[in-house]
Design a protein around this ligand. Sequence first.
Ligand SMILES: [Zn+2]
Length: 454
Amino acid sequence: MYFLFSLDLVSRFDATDLDRCVYMMARIVQYNKNFILFISICVFFLFNLPSLSVAFTQSERYNFQRSIVDFRSRLNPKYKKVHRKNTKYIIIHTSELGLKTTLRVVSKGKHLRNGRRTNGGHAHYVIARNGRTYRILDKKYVADHAGRSMWNGETDISRISIGIELIGYHYAPISEKQYRSAGMLIDILQDVYDLNGRSVLTHSQVAYGLQNRWFRDVHRGRKRCAKNFIRTKAGLGSTWPYDPDVRAGRLMADAQLSEVFYGQHKIDHQLDEANVISKRNTAWAIAGEDYDSVTTVYKFPSGRQYTGDQIADEVGWNRIPAKTVVLLNHESSYKLIKDNGPIKTISNGNTAWSIAGKLYNDETTIYFLPSGQIKSGSMINDWDDLPAKTRLIIGYKGPYRLNKNRTAFRIAGFKYKDQKTIYYLPSKKLLNGKEIRDFSQLPIGTYIFLPTTL
Ligand SMILES: [Zn+2]
C-alpha cells in the first residue's frame, strides 16, 4: 500500500523537479540549521498554544461562517421580526432537549403550560454536540429567548442580546466541539457589535422569577440553563465577579447559582450528580421553574416515577427521597412511566442522555440502530446523528451468539427466561426472556445480552 502510494507521488513530478526539490532541501538542511530550530520552536508553540490563545485566524473564522447551516426558512411565519436597536449581550443557553426537537422548537415554537403556543424565533443560533452550527434567525432581529430577565438594572434582555442554544443539558458536560464553535461564533459577534468578555452571560445568570414556594420575592434561579458553561473553554475573557442586580437589592440570590458563577470555588465536580436530589440539590435547584411541570420526571430510588405535577398531591415537595433522579423536558413522560422494561427507545422526547444519564457513552450501554448495527456507547461519536427509533439497554454485556451447541440456557443459565435477559433476533426484533414462548424455535444467530450485575 505504502509502496504504491509513494510511486504515485513520484510519477507526478518529472525528474528535474524532483532534483531541484532534493537540492533545495539539502541546502536548507545544510545552511539553515538555525532556521530549522526556529521553525521547530514555532511549530511547538503552534501545537501548545490553543489552550492559551483565544483568537482564531481569519481563515478559521471564514470557514466557520461558511459552515453554518441556514435554517432561517424554517422560521414560523407568524414570528414577528423586529430590528434590534442595541446589542449589549450574548446569552448562552443549554437546550435541555435533543437536536431535532430543539431545531423544531426554536424555529416553530413550543407549547406553554397555559395551553398557548409560541411563534418560534427562540434563538439566533443552535450549536449541535458535534459543533455544527445552525442559523435560526438573522442576527439583526430580536429573538424571543431570555423570557423574564434582568441584568444590571435592565429588563427584557432578549431585546438587547443575541441568543445561542447549545444542544445538551445543564447537568451534563458541553462537548469540546461545541466549545470550539461557540468560541468562534462569540469571537465573530464580539467584533461585529464591539463587545467584551463581560457581555457574554448565561441564561441562568440573567433570568429571574416571581415569588414561589422557595422565595418570598423576585429572585434569581428561574432557569438553570447553561450553568455548566465553562467560559475559559470557549476562550472568553474576564467577566462579572458578582451579580449586579442581587448586589443592588433588586433580586434575591439563588444560593446554588451564586456559588457557580460568583463563588470562591467553582463547583464543576458537582456536575456528575447534578440531576440527583440531595439535601443541597433540591427539585428547585435542578429543574428551576419546571420543578412542577408535567414534562419533568422524578425517578425515585425505589423505581417509582412521578411527573412534576403529581409530586405535590401524591408525595409532597419536602418528601422527595435523596438519590431521586430528575429528568427535564420529557414530552413523552407518560409513556416513560408506563414502560419500565429494560429496552428503551430514542425518540424526539427521549435522547440518549435523558434515558441513560451519564452512562450514555458507556461500553455497557448497548445501542440497536434501525439499520441493524449494534454499537456500545463507547463506540459512538456522533450523538446528534443517532437516529430516532434507536433502541438501547443500559448495564449489559455481550453479545453472546446462539448456535446449535450454545443454547440460551448454556449462555444465560437459569436467568434465560428472565425479563432482564435480552434477545436480539436476526429479524432485528428485540425481546426479553419473558416474551419468548418457545426457546427451541430461537433462530441460530440470535444474540443474547446479559445484565452486568448478573
Ligand atoms: Zn435558556
